[in-house]
Design a protein around this ligand. Structure first.
Ligand code: CS2
Ligand code: MG
Length: 402
């Protein structure tokens, strides 16, 4: 029987920071898992290196479900982003190995294709409405069928989601950048630029917007109602989702579809959002919600309630979890959309991925496993650079949700 012989944890910053787990079996088969948690990455690296790796050595890599249960129940202290990201990385690496041993791409192990490709959306942004409209045009010209729109709020410095130059990376400073936030200014301005996008480009593509946890439930209800004419594909993270009950209030006031889940890390964290149909899309990911094994559980629960998938896929998710996401997305019956920002060139020097983009869709590699290789020699050229995500403060100086 093949056993797990080695498990290595790599922390490097090729364009941005990624934590990568590589498991190697006694037969020399390797598997990769993404263990990146933007702004708290060393916590996961240590959880893996100091607590999980000693438990992996000598185990049967084929027993994926058993390993998941062993690491989840065996911790005693359950759930949360650090624990679940570490378990996700192990799970994903074992699926990669299983695919390589079987000589099949992972999606074939998950039931095969349900669709020809995985529709994606990217991030258009602007420091003002004209530059936002130019950016939307750019993505439509690239063939995207779905575009997210975010613009800076005039006279308020820190608006979420506005790219600086060619790359969007919010974790950009060695200490948290404190950004001002003015809810009323956002509520007055954001609907106007979403209307401007529809006025310029019409309704022949999907338009998305990320509120990024910034509103109270009643403010989110007001925003959702105001933007109904823009016919959004979704309004994302309208209010912090720890209070799942809040979405009932939003639901009572607006038909704008709701998308939640990128910061949620288990089926229990989205259970009521799904079973009470408080959301339309669930945004949980391979890298933060327990790997392929647990994410499929979440998506299967969602399918029972006609909630569709819409996994997070910003650049702080590595090419490993993006590849795994596409293998899951191409198979699930209730697929909705996949976020895809694309990674910078330096990232591609370290992660060689077989995922391809065409006609507004991503397509999985046909290589056995996930179809991603990690070049640790190249990674040595990009040593770890600690970075923090910003903190938002209201105009009175109190901390707000970033
Ligand atoms: C955002 C993320 O892509 C999104 O929907 O919410 O970019 C988020 O801000 C980052 O992943 C945080 O690191
Ligand atoms: Mg988001």
């Amino acid at each position: 029987m093949s056993t797990i012989e080695r498990a290595e944890v790599f922390v490097a910053s090729p364009g941005r920071t990624f934590v990568t787990l590589r498991i190697t079996t006694s037969d020399g088969v390797t598997g990769l898992g993404d263990a990146t948690l933007n702004g708290r990455e060393l916590a996961v690296a240590s959880y893996l290196q100091d607590h999980l790796v000693p438990l992996l050595i000598g185990k049967d890599p084929a027993r994926i479900e058993d390993m998941w249960q062993y690491l989840y129940k065996g911790a005693y202290w359950r759930r949360g982003p650090v624990t679940m990201t570490a378990i996700s990385a192990v799970d994903t690496a074992l699926w990669d190995i299983k695919g390589k041993v079987a000589g099949l791409p992972v999606y074939q192990l998950l039931g095969g294709r349900s669709r020809d490709g995985v529709m994606v959306y990217s991030h258009a942004s602007g420091t003002d409405v004209p530059s936002l409209l130019d950016d939307v045009q750019r993505y439509l010209d690239l063939g995207y069928k779905a575009v997210r729109a975010q613009a800076a709020v005039p006279d308020v410095g820190g608006t979420y989601g506005v790219r600086k130059g060619t790359v969007y990376e919010p974790a950009a400073s060695t200490l948290p950048d404190e950004q001002p936030w003015d809810t009323e200014a956002y509520l007055r301005f954001a609907p106007t630029y979403l209307d401007a996008v529809r006025e310029r480009f019409g309704f022949g593509f999907h338009l998305l917007h990320d509120v990024h946890h910034r509103l109270t439930p009643i403010e989110a209800a007001r925003f959702g109602k105001r933007v109904e004419d823009a016919q959004l594909f979704w309004m994302e993270d309208p209010t912090p989702a720890e209070n799942q009950e809040a979405f009932r209030l939003i639901r009572q006031h607006t038909t704008t579809p709701l998308a939640v889940g990128e910061v949620l890390t288990s089926i229990w964290d989205v259970q009521h959002l799904i079973t009470e149909q408080l959301i339309d899309y669930v945004r949980t990911t391979v890298v933060h919600a327990g790997g392929i094994t647990h994410l499929r559980r979440i998506f299967d629960l969602a399918a029972l309630y006609q909630v569709r998938t819409g996994s997070h896929g910003a650049t702080d998710l590595s090419p490993v979890s993006l590849a795994a996401a596409v293998h899951v997305d191409i198979t699930v019956p209730n697929f909705g959309i996949q976020e895809y920002m694309g990674h910078v060139d330096e990232t591609g020097e370290v992660f060689r991925s077989g995922v391809t983009f065409a006609d507004g869709m991503l397509h999985p590699s046909e290589e056995p496993g996930l179809g991603v290789e990690y070049d640790e020699k190249a990674a040595e050229r990009f040593p770890y650079e600690p970075r923090y995500l910003p903190v938002a403060r209201r105009l009175d100086g109190s901390v707000h949700d970033w």
